[in-house]
Design a protein around this ligand. Structure first.
Ligand SMILES: [Zn+2]
Length: 95
């Protein structure tokens, strides 16, 4: 009986962690996000897209951007996407 309860205290949190890791963190999506440059790297790579504090899309020149969460609206892993051509431009993190 005691071992069953003890196993429950280990198995249930372990299962919750596995579910969070696969569904909430999603290592595949994380890798997809990490290949995007940071804003500093984007500025260095595309100086022609820097207009003071403003940035434009390196694909189409649009200055309209979307700030989207990687897996959902409140995901701390943000990706900036061009509103016109829908290319992913750079990544950011919510604090
Ligand atoms: Zn664009």
């Amino acid at each position: 009986m005691f071992l069953t309860i003890l196993a429950g205290f280990i198995v249930v949190p372990a299962m919750a962690y596995v579910i969070w890791y696969v569904a909430g963190y999603n290592p595949g999506a994380q890798k997809h996000w990490e290949i995007l440059p940071t804003q500093v790297e984007y500025r260095a790579k595309h100086p022609q897209c820097c207009h003071g504090a403003d940035l434009t899309c390196c694909h189409c020149g649009s200055d309209q951007m979307l700030d989207l969460g990687l897996l959902g609206y409140s995901d701390w892993r943000r990706q900036i996407i061009c509103r016109a051509c829908k290319n992913r431009l750079w990544r950011e993190m919510d604090q």
